[in-house]
Design a protein around this ligand. Structure first.
Ligand code: HEC
Length: 153
């Protein structure tokens, strides 16, 4: 770098016109703004490490069930889809017990309503009506969205 360029850059820096510095400041501000938006305001269930693993494994089964139901519907295999809805998303004694294990009444109520909707999804699938089944699937998935927006581990 020649001397003149060095001097110019030094002067620009002193005068506060250094574009590199201005850019860095902007990025810091953006990062800060982003961090504010990303603050997690959901209610924590305060789960133990063991309960966390248990819940996540259960959740992964939920998403796998939805995938299977959509795939089976596409093949017009409604009876099999209904079976999965009742067994994996419906209000089985196991799910009923699971929803009560988190020590939060609002979570329990949402969980139980979700599993009831899983049985209604099963009933809709039994009819073989595509639109009715999709509407029921939409209602069930509405619970996924609502609960995830409200609670975290
Ligand atoms: C009553 C509440 C509730 C309902 C209903 C619910 N979930 Fe969850 N789910 C949770 C919570 C709490 C977590 C943990 C989220 C966190 O801590 O950020 C979670 C996490 C997950 C995860 C992440 C799993 C992992 O291994 O990281 C998936 C996938 C998931 N849920 C799928 C679903 C699907 C699909 C549905 C609906 C068919 C559903 N959940 C319904 C409460 C719920």
């Amino acid at each position: 770098m020649n001397k003149i360029l060095c001097t110019l850059l030094a002067l620009a820096g002193m005068a506060g016109f250094n574009p590199a510095v201005a850019g860095a400041e902007e990025m810091r501000m953006e990062g800060h703004h982003h961090a504010m938006e990303m603050t997690d305001t959901r209610t924590s269930l305060g789960l133990s490490p063991q309960m966390k693993q248990h819940q996540l494994a259960n959740m992964r089964e939920h998403v796998a069930a939805i995938r299977s139901i959509v795939g089976l519907m596409a093949e017009s295999r409604f009876e099999e889809a209904a079976g999965i809805a009742h067994a994996k998303l419906g209000l089985t004694p196991e799910m009923q017990q699971m929803c009560g294990m988190f020590g939060n009444d609002a979570f329990k109520a949402l969980g139980l309503a979700f599993h009831k909707s899983g049985d209604e999804l099963g009933n809709a699938l039994h009819t073989g009506d595509v639109n009715a089944s999709l509407r029921a699937l939409n209602r069930t998935m509405d619970y996924c969205v609502t609960c995830h927006a409200t609670f975290r581990q």
